[in-house]
Design a protein around this ligand. Structure first.
Ligand code: UDP
Length: 403
């Protein structure tokens, strides 16, 4: 343990840069979590380094996010994007480079907190070298995602490593009781090692903007009824059934589905969704906007009549919290934390995770006909869920290790 000075935490985010563009293929809720939690811990007096793989020449050695929080780029593998499925080939390099970094910079860490199974694997090697406790958070439980039957098949290596990690890590951090049960059910995780640390929402950034004003800023018609989707373009997010549901709406006039998110890898899936719309002569109902900067999103959430989070799997569901914080109700699948947060009917509707597009269409129609609830009433539902709340929970777990 470091003597005097702040406690030093090494957060590992091997496959995804915490400062990458949100809503692209490998960058989403986990990056938001890392930035926000690290920021709060920095303010609470910890020194936090987030280690990630360098994939672009222009990335220097590190970037400071605040006086006590840095993102450190580590050389491991080629200077280009590498498919997540191939990244494990560069994991040993990553670990070796981190050991060298610690030695040459004369930095000793008091704890490793790894994110996603690849970093978990790296973390367990490093924990053995540095002889420090290792906490991990999977963000997605591979076996549970696999059980949905949607999206790519998870590699057996992932399932094997996740199973090893639940037995070797000092603490397994999960965001919900649902995730806690998944770890026990699929990997026989020891319950005494699991701690629930809910995610949060940036209540300063995400706040209601007058809907008419938001629409004017975004050049949107005041007459439209807008359904908003925000997230990576990934089959697991249920975007296809959302498009099907919109195409089945009994009243389509003035209805728009605005889709935010997706990068250069999303052209194929987006074209397929556009084809679905074209076949129904309904292109005009869809507006694919691509990535939007995080700090612009409050305008989009506030401009929408309803936000749809109809995923087959979410470990938490940040987008729903952000929408609610902006005063916009949410129609969601029963995933992550959403059935605990969305109090029907004011805050929205929660549908069974396997719901049919027809049921979704019914609820969207119903919601679009209703006069919207007062934004402040909706925001109330998440007003206790700032990131400071998350950090306090996490610090309680650190305290178990004297940190
Ligand atoms: N996001 C963004 N811009 C976009 C698309 C998404 O800032 O164009 C953010 C969104 O606000 C949210 C995160 O990406 O904070 C996605 O998190 P979520 O937990 O919903 O999904 P995940 O990516 O973890 O599956």
């Amino acid at each position: 343990m470091t003597r005097g000075g702040p406690k030093r935490l090494a957060l590992l985010s091997f496959h995804s840069s915490p400062i990458g563009r949100l809503g692209s293929q490998d960058t989403g809720g986990m990056s938001v979590y890392l930035r926000q939690l690290a920021g709060e811990l920095g303010q609470a007096g910890y020194a936090v380094d987030i280690f990630t793989r360098r994939w672009e020449q222009s990335q220097g050695q590190s970037v400071s996010l605040s006086p006590s929080v840095r993102v450190v780029f580590v050389d491991a593998g080629p200077l280009e994007r590498v498919d997540k499925g191939q990244l494990h080939h560069h994991l040993f390099e990553f670990v070796r480079a981190m050991v060298t970094f610690g030695r040459t910079q004369k930095v000793k860490y008091d704890l490793i907190y790894s994110h996603y199974w690849l970093s978990g694997w790296a973390g367990s090697m490093l924990a053995a070298v540095w002889d420090v406790p290792h906490f991990t958070m999977f963000h997605t439980v591979g076996a549970s995602k696999q059980a949905t039957g949607v999206g790519e098949t998870e590699p057996s290596l992932r399932l094997e490593k996740e199973r090893e990690l639940v037995h070797s890590c000092h603490r397994l951090i999960v965001a919900t009781t649902q995730e806690q049960s998944q770890l026990v059910e699929y990997y026989d995780a020891p319950s005494q090692a699991i701690r629930i640390v809910p995610l949060g929402v940036d209540l300063h950034l995400f706040r209601p903007v007058d809907r008419r004003q938001a629409r004017r800023c975004l050049g949107m018609s005041l007459d439209d009824k807008v359904i908003l989707y925000v997230g990576r373009i990934d089959a697991i997010k249920g975007i296809e059934r959302l498009v099907e549901a919109v195409l089945q709406l009994p009243e389509r006039r003035h209805v728009k589905l605005m889709v935010i998110g997706g990068d250069e890898t999303s052209h194929g899936p987006i074209e397929r969704l556009q084809d679905m719309a074209r076949k129904e002569n309904a292109d005009h109902m869809f507006d694919f906007r691509g990535l939007v900067d995080h700090d612009q999103l409050p305008l989009y959430y506030s401009a929408a009549n309803v936000c749809a989070v109809v995923s087959y799997y979410e470990s938490f569901g940040l987008v729903a919290l952000e929408a609610l914080a902006c005063g916009t109700p949410v129609i969601a699948s029963d995933v992550g934390i959403l059935n605990q947060i969305i109090k029907e009917p004011v805050l929205g509707t929660v549908l069974p995770v396997t719901h049919d597009p027809r049921l979704l269409a019914y609820h969207l129609h119903d919601r679009l006909l209703q006069s919207p609830p007062h934004p402040e009433l909706v925001r109330q539902g998440v007003c206790e869920r700032g990131w400071d709340h998350t950090a306090r929970h996490f610090q309680n777990v650190l305290a178990e290790y004297g940190l």
